[in-house]
Design a protein around this ligand. Structure first.
Ligand SMILES: NC(=O)CC[C@H](N)C(=O)O
Length: 310
């Protein structure tokens, strides 16, 4: 990508920065509240290009949070195949908040609606193969390292511990799932794995590369090796479009028009199929849990470079 693209990206970031104050940094996990509401950064990784394009605070380190759910879903599919996985989680959006439990009781048989809401992601995490919680997490981390192309990635212990200490809502989701037979075994042990993968530390560069691999149907463009089977990229992209931005997914699909997944740390990973991976960070969130300036920036970028796939 040329100098002109770099300049254009810088201008877009400058134009979206004023949106930061409209959001609020998540504080229900106390350690997340340390992030700066002013932060806004972007990384864009085109398929086949060596050097990603970055602008703004793109070197900010943050935790994947819900973005990790895309990769636990894929790994669970690789472990078990579609039939087993879709007995435990559904394929439909909820229209509720990401940590809502209302449908688990209202709609029989209490199966989580999809793998992108917390209930669905906790059920998915419990299915990851491994003899112990440690092995399960090691496999998840190993997979994420491979997709991100960085063997040094690890989880942030402080964020992890902060979430463990305050996650009673997720805990209740876990026990509810167990009661309804959509999760088996030791709920606390499954939750530990879930909190750990949510706490994996990355920068926009990692997430843009992960999205780029998915934009390339799961193939590493450097060596043609299949990192993710194409069918599972396809399934993940559908969930990203329909539920990746939670109960703002419809609005995001209309305004930006590409599959994306957000996390409460303010990161968003977005895929432009066949072209590139994009990641933004902007910790100030909307009341639906998505980065306000990040979404604004992606919308402007999508309009300017005509990225909308619809
Ligand atoms: N939306 C999110 O990023 C939620 C992830 C967070 N770890 C939680 O479980 O609450």
């Amino acid at each position: 990508m040329g100098q002109q693209d770099g300049q254009a990206l810088m201008e877009l970031v400058a134009g979206s920065r004023s949106q930061c104050h409209k959001g609020k940094v998540a504080d229900y996990i106390p350690m997340l509240a340390k992030a700066s509401a002013e932060t806004l950064g972007i990384d864009l990784h085109k398929i086949g290009e060596k050097n990603p394009l970055e602008a703004g605070d793109s070197t900010t380190v943050f935790t994947m949070q819900s973005i990790s759910k895309v990769f636990t879903l894929i790994l669970a599919l690789m472990d078990w195949g579609e039939e087993v996985i879709f007995e435990k989680v559904g394929m439909e959006p909820t229209g509720d908040n990401f940590n809502s439990m209302v449908k688990l009781e209202l709609v029989e048989p209490g199966r989580p609606f999809n793998p992108m809401i917390n209930a669905g992601a906790i059920a998915i995490t419990s299915l990851i193969k491994g003899a112990s919680p440690q092995t399960k997490f090691k496999r998840i981390l190993g997979f994420i390292r491979t997709v991100a192309g960085d063997e040094k990635l690890d989880y942030d212990r402080e964020i992890f511990e902060s979430e463990v200490a305050t996650a009673d809502r997720n805990r209740s989701l876990g026990y509810f799932l167990k009661h309804n037979h959509f999760l088996e075994g030791n709920v606390e042990a499954h939750l530990q794995v879930y909190f750990k993968h949510c706490s994996i530390s990355v920068t926009c560069r990692h997430l843009a590369r992960m999205a780029m691999i998915m934009a390339n149907n799961g193939l590493d463009p450097d060596n043609g090796k299949e990192i993710i089977p194409k069918r599972y990229v396809q399934i993940a992209k559908v969930f990203m479009i329909s539920c990746g931005m939670y109960n703002a997914s419809g609005e995001f699909a209309i305004q930006v028009g590409i599959p994306a997944k957000s996390g409460v740390s303010g990161g968003i990973m977005a895929i432009v199929p066949g072209k590139m991976g994009i990641s933004v960070i902007g910790p100030a969130l909307s009341n639906k849990g998505n980065s306000v300036a990040g979404v604004h920036l992606l919308q402007r970028l999508s309009e300017k470079w005509q990225l909308n796939m619809f």
